[in-house]
Design a protein around this ligand. Structure first.
Ligand SMILES: Cc1ncc(COP(=O)(O)O)c(C=O)c1O
Length: 401
């Protein structure tokens, strides 16, 4: 059975060119980057070269890049680090109702520690309203955290404009760019961001490595204390192989970004057009080609459980998802789909395909052949459909009578 991987928002395979670059740093170049001897110097040099590569890719300075273990840690350092350091200035934070759990749950934790958090609504495509954001800003506001691109429905938020509003008021602006790095142009100067989170495994780098951009002069404190690595903001012996791999992955992604995005967008369009031929189906998030990640397709189907579709697709060799990889095992409806106004029952019928470098037209054709069969099978046995159909029948009957 051919395996078709369409869950690139959850993770991506390590690019072979990346793996090749990393390999020496597991064995012959194994030194601790903090050691003074030749082994340490070799590792340290590779790490600093990688820092320069990452900084160049996002138009930052090398000293503004802090290596972390991934997106979750970057988000935590950004939010908690800024909150605790600036608590004397104010205790108000603004975020959105569609953030990844790494931001959402950190905000909930900060609420328990005495901070006040405002969660902005989004419209039916997932966009925040700049006027509403502005209205929420007050003297006590110290931080705004709005994701660059949403991991479930692909919405790309107006970060540049958000950053401008924050700059005018001296409020720190953090963006979770875990899903957009490598897919969208990232320029921290143009985006007006003070802090930006990224994760290597989302752009064909290894897992367990990420970075946080911290604009020079940002008042922030560490969450972990130790040997003062990474300018004291993230102690712990550096993951040199991971760092080298992530920097290489970012360099490759940036070089191939425009062409690859156009290719994936075309395939995404084909998938959506084909899938929406099914009755009682819809696309969640903005239209393909609009302010949406090029590889994201989030579909909804009435009378079907997303989890059942994922399992039946998996039996055919197709890997898809119901949404965020972190919440697939919970029966709670997606907070993102709830926030865009989908009723509870419709949230459960969602299915996310996220395309990637390996995705071909043939793969999409195969999905479009198998998906309608699966949806029909599930609808035929859906108790929900029976209840709703009976309801409709009764309504018609009453109307006739
Ligand atoms: C938007 C977003 N933020 C943060 C994370 C967490 O990143 P990591 O898995 O590197 O901890 C993810 C992972 O899916 C994500 O999609």
């Amino acid at each position: 059975m051919k395996k078709i991987y369409l869950d690139h928002a959850a993770t991506t395979p390590v690019d072979k060119r990346v793996l090749r670059e990393m390999q020496p740093y597991f064995s012959e170049k194994f030194g601790n980057a903090s050691s003074l001897h030749l082994f340490g110097l070799e590792a340290g040099e590779a790490m600093e070269k990688s820092r320069e590569q990452v900084a160049k890719a996002i138009n930052a300075r090398p000293e503004e890049i802090i290596f972390t273990s991934g997106g979750t840690e970057s988000d935590n350092i950004a939010l908690q680090g800024v909150a605790y350091t600036n608590r004397r200035k104010g205790k108000h934070i603004i975020t959105t109702k569609i953030e990844h759990h790494a931001v959402e749950n950190t905000c909930k934790f900060l609420e328990k520690s005495g901070f006040e958090v405002s969660y902005l609504d989004v419209d039916k495509e997932g966009f925040i309203d700049l006027a509403k954001l502005e209205k929420k800003m007050e003297d006590e506001t110290i931080l705004v955290s709005v994701m660059h691109a949403n991991n479930e429905i692909g919405t790309i938020e107006p970060v540049k404009e958000i950053g401008e509003l924050c700059r005018e008021r001296g409020i720190y602006f953090h963006t979770d760019a875990v899903q957009s790095v490598g897919k969208e142009k990232i320029d921290v100067q143009r985006m007006n961001v003070d802090l930006l989170s990224a994760s290597g495994h989302k752009f064909y780098g290894p897992k367990g490595i990420g970075f946080l951009y911290v604009k020079q002069g940002t008042k922030i404190c560490p969450l972990m204390h130790g040997g003062n690595h990474e300018k004291g903001l993230r102690s712990g012996t550096e993951n040199v192989a991971g760092i080298v791999g992530m920097a290489k992955a970012l360099e490759i992604a940036e070089g191939e970004r425009v062409e690859e995005a156009a290719r994936e967008r075309k395939l995404a369009k084909k998938l959506v057009n084909g899938a929406l031929k099914m009755r009682n189906s819809w696309l969640n998030g903005p239209a393909i080609g609009k302010k949406r990640l090029s590889n994201n397709v989030n579909l909804g189907f009435d009378f079907v459980e997303g989890e059942s579709m994922v399992l039946m697709l998996s039996d055919k060799g197709i890997a898809a998802s119901t949404g965020s990889a972190c919440s697939t095992k919970s029966l709670e409806p997606s907070h993102v789909l709830r926030a865009i106004g989908l009723p509870h029952v419709k949230c459960h019928g969602s299915l996310r395909f996220t395309l990637g470098r390996s995705t071909t037209k043939k793969d999409i054709d195969f999905v479009l052949k198998e998906l309608p069969v699966i949806v029909k099978k599930l609808r035929d046995i859906s108790p929900l459909r029976k209840v709703l159909d009976i309801g409709r029948f009764e309504e018609k009957g009453r109307a006739r009578a």
